[in-house]
Design a protein around this ligand. Structure first.
Ligand code: ZN
Length: 133
């Protein structure tokens, strides 16, 4: 792809949230765009992207613990690959986020960070970023 930025994320756990805020901010900075929109997209069916607190690491711990209770790994699913729970969780959390860019920076709340969310790791994943004026 010519007009889409991106980077790889290597996950090392089965369920994992990785803070990708600084990598997205770097792409925004390099773009030179002062005012616009930043779309972050995850091109996978068992991983997602979300925005949540990045101050207290216990939020990430609680998030991954609870989502694995809401959608248990084994529950009589039929999907032969054996990872139906990961497909469900990925759709629940979603595959994209859009963040406003103002004065060349992402407009995020004080406690907000952008997370890549792995539901069927460890794997090497991709994150796409598109910046529009
Ligand atoms: Zn599958």
């Amino acid at each position: 792809m010519r007009n889409v930025e991106g980077f790889s994320v290597r996950t090392d756990r089965h369920t994992q949230m990785i803070d990708i805020t600084s990598r997205i901010e770097g792409i925004v900075r390099e773009s030179g765009v002062d005012s616009g929109l930043c779309t972050v997209f995850v091109p996978h069916t068992t991983a997602a992207v979300t925005i949540n607190e990045n101050a207290d690491p216990d939020v990430v711990r609680d998030f991954t613990m609870e989502i694995n209770k809401i959608v248990p790994w084994e529950d009589g699913y039929r999907h032969a690959e054996g990872n139906s729970a990961a497909h469900l969780k990925a759709s629940m959390i979603g595959f994209s986020e859009q963040i406003i860019i103002d004065e060349g920076r992402l407009v995020l709340g004080t406690w907000q960070g952008i997370y890549f969310v792995e539901f069927d790791g460890p794997r090497t994943r991709k994150v796409y970023v598109k910046i529009t004026r």
